[in-house]
Structures are given as C-alpha cells and as structure tokens.
Design a protein around this ligand. Sequence first.
Ligand code: BGP
Length: 478
Amino acid sequence: MTRNFSDNFLWGGATAANQLEGAYNEAGKGLSIADALPGGKQRFPLVAKPDFDWTLDPEKYVYPNHQGIDHYHRYKEDIALFAKMGFKCYRMSIAWSRIFPNGDEVEPNEAGLAFYDDIFDECLKYGIEPVVTISHYEMPLYLAKEYGGWKNRKLVDFFERYAKVVLTRFYKKVKYWMTFNEINCAFHFPIMSQGMVPATGALEKKNVYQAFHHQFVASSKAVKIAHELNPELEIGCMILYATTYAYDANPINQLATLQQNQDFNFYCADVQVRGEYPAYTQRLWKNDGVDSIEIADGDLELLKENTVDYIAFSYYMSTVINETDSNTEQAQGNLIGGVKNPFLESSDWGWQIDPTGLRIALNELYGRYEKPLFIVENGLGAYDELDEHFQVADDYRISYLRSHIEAMAEAVNDGVDLMGYTPWGCIDLVSASTGEMSKRYGFIYVDLDDNGKGSGERYEKKSFNWYKNVIATNGKKL
Ligand code: BGP
C-alpha cells in the first residue's frame, strides 16, 4: 500500500533573516551576532580564537550578512517567485535585533514589527503559510557582549518579552512557530545559538549546559504564551539531526553511537518534547565534567507543562562514529564532522549525502516521540554556474532533492506523521558556516559573489520548475 503525502502537506522553502535580509542597520535595527561574523572559510576558525571579542574590522574583512541578498527591499519580488513555485508555506525568521535593537529595551521598535507585518501580508496574499523561527542564529550583539550570551539568566526575560511581542502581534497571521533554530548545535559551536565565544566562557561545558537550561525555560515560556493566545497555534522545537552510524559491529562503537545519539541528537528535544531532563543527563554532564547547573524554583514545572507541538529538524547528512580506531579518514559537516563513510558521496563542501539516512532519522524521531515531524531544512550547497542565457543547469541539486523526497515518502509509508518539507535556502543566500554566497542551495539564483558584488538579480534555476512540479503533484512526480 502506497501512502501519499497528506493533502495539506506543507511544501515550501526555508531562510533565516540574517542570511538574506541585509539592511543590517536600517529602520532602527541593532547589530546581531551574525553581523559581526566575517565572510569566507576563515569565519569559524576566526571566531573560535581565544581573543575574538566581536569587534568588527571592516578594513580587514567583508561582512556579507550586512547586505545579505537585500531581501529587505526586494521581498515582494522574492515572495512572488515562491508563489510561482506554488509554495504552501515559507519558513523564515524574525530578526530579534529589528524588534529589540539591543535586546534589553522595554519597548519594541515599531518599524521592525511593521516590516514583518508586510512580509506576512505578502505571503498570505498568495496563500503561503508563514512558518516562523523566533531565534535563528541572530540574537542582538549587545546581549552577547554585555550579558555574555545565554549563560546569563537575564536572557530568559529578554527573550520572553521579545517572544510575547512577536507572538501577540502576529498570531493571527502566523500559525506555525519554532523557538530556537538548531538548538543542539551549541554542543559544537555555542557562538551561533548561545552567543558565547571562548572569551566569554564558550569552552566551559558548565556554561553551555547552563545556557541550554535557560533556552529550554525561555522556549517553554514562548510555548505558554502561544497557547494562551490561541491553543490552535503550533509551536515546535528545532534541532539539527545527523543520523549516526557505528563504524562496525564492535560493541564499543555501538555504545558510543548510542551515546552520541542521546547526547547530540536527542538531549534538547527530550527536554522540549517530553518536558523533563532525560535519564542519561547525569551521565552526559559527568562525561563533560559538570556536576550540576542552576535550576530556579518553578523551572522544572514550567518545562513539564509547556512542551512543544511538533519537532522541526534540519537534515543534511549522516555521520559515523569510530571510537576504536583514530586513524579513520574524517569527513566535513554541518557543524559536526565524524568519520568518512565509504558508502556515501560528498557535496562540494564535504558533507556526506545520505537520503536513506533521512528515512532513518524520520523513523528514529517518530519512534521516540510520536509527535508530528517537520523537515525545515535539507538541501545541497553547491557551486552553480549562470550561463550566458542566464540559466543554471543544477541537475545535481534536483537529484539530491529527489532522492531525499523519495526517502520521505518511504518514511510516510513506514507510518511517520510528516507535516511538511522546506528545503534550505530556497533562494540563494549567505552561508551560515562560511559566509559565502558561492555556496548555493536555491531554486532561485541571486547574482552576487562572495564579496557582495553583482547585479543582485534573481534567475530561476532548472530546479525551480522541477520543484514547482513536485509541489503541483504533491510529491508524486519527482
Ligand atoms: C544550518 C543552519 C542554516 C543554514 C544551513 C546550511 O545549520 O540552520 O542557517 O545556513 O545549516 O549551512 P551553511 O549555510 O553553512 O551551508
């Protein structure tokens, strides 16, 4: 028996404010942490240095997030293109620093709110359902610099105020929400989602676990606000999921794989979905040399009473664990690496391509939580070439997406409740890990290079029509 994707399946695409809006200092917007990240492959090595203190140095570096793809001024054209593809939904994020420029103000910036009103109206005009991430790697820079990021409990109050403002303002226009993008990525790189760098304690695990706790509490507060506004609102957690294989049948590698799954893939979702810290928490903290963290009175009740409605996740690749042989070849990855898998091909950036891993991920997540799942990021970062006819023959992208959608369909046949699919970077945008424009994911080509030079014009790639057809046939014609 072949099942179909549900009739209301949410086909769409995904972006994040800091990677496409630009206009980084317009209409009262404050700087976000993303505005302080230099462009190029040096991005993460630079910000991981012990002396990185968020100081901008425009003489030395380019800051591609300042300009993004100028979506702030061109959003009508961009959303019209999404509509042309037949998007049912559009996953995007609100830039916190547009609403609260420093993060600790009492009153929001009306110009920022008005901008998102316009964006949502534009989407709704075409029948596109907005799916909104409240915080996607773009907390106000001031909160990172002056308060030391999420290890500081004060952030809970600032986030609560921000979440309350945006939920209250937009809940009649936006039904689907997520709190923190890839919350678990902080295990590897606390700068993006916790706003902490080595100079402010990012290397001390206790700070990372403390920051996670504050984010869990903040997330639950947002869930509470949303459900009080309207119980029909759906608000999810969002994790980075990397299907994890043991290198071989050696029980040592099998155990390490089980623990890697608990520690990286499940820890945050366990708290946000089940409402309590999982049984392996003490083992995990102890492995990282942490005895305890501060938990305020009422926190655990709040977590228990305000769990998420669905699990959103990003899936780009799988990873392999080998504890018994340190000489195995290493792979690159989406903030995580691991051992190279001899059975898989890799992208131009060394991320291992594994559609079957997506079917496994869907089954693992659904088996564990039995809550609806939403794939809110997936896709292939590749070098594209615009030819003299302004066309891009991105057959490699079509083939990547086709194989992943096939895997999704199989997972639906397996019984998984899947709400939707929003491939990452549906329009080319600035890469999160390297700040490059040349790492492209989109169905729409944007004529800008790594230095932000180019016409900025938009062109439909070959994958544009392909995806349009996928949506029109509800995933039947791939
Ligand atoms: C995820 C992030 C996105 C996005 C994507 C692709 O980790 O949530 O913001 O950028 O990965 O990564 P990159 O841009 O580094 O290729």
